[in-house]
Design a protein around this ligand. Sequence first.
Ligand code: AMP
Length: 190
Amino acid sequence: MKRIIFIGPPGAGKGTQAARIKDSYSIPWISTGDMFRDAIRGGTPMGLQAKAYVDSGALVPDEIVVGLTLERLAQPDCDKGFLLDGFPRTVVQADALHHELEERGGGIDLVVHLMVDEDELVERLLERGRIEGRADDTEATIRHRLEVYDEETRPVVGYYRRAGICADVDGSGDLDTVFARISDAIDSGE
Ligand code: AMP
């Protein structure tokens, strides 16, 4: 059983690394950002609600995100563990997750805190914007998302640090190097 959270600023490589970690540990990868982008593309009621927040780089309100994520975690494939990418992003979300897992008996095993310099983050995000055409990867929106990260999500890192389950991982360098660092952090907790 592995219940893992990836936390880090936009552009830290959470999605890229999560795609590999989910395969090597055979656990479902749950990206709330992907869930929102799918809902927006599909024009679902939740997508319509979330669109303005996602496009501007603001956080979708906690009630919406928490409901969506806890519903996903109740699916049977999460019984063997999961990799959460992009959730929780606020202390309210972290508390909601904690209570849910406590009721089910258990908790989070490890929080991987991916760290990358701000200049490198902006460069990576602008590049991703050019390649993938993501609406929220423009310079002004990127700056806003980094501010939102500092204000809302950094405290979540402190929350898990106090719980003694946070591993700081250097997210700079090539993909294989970062992947090896993350795998080491996961395996050393076994
Ligand atoms: P991401 O792909 O993780 O960078 O997420 C893209 C966007 O989806 C964010 O900028 C938010 O607008 C929204 N989002 C994703 N996860 C969350 C979350 N846990 N809480 C609030 N908003 C979220």
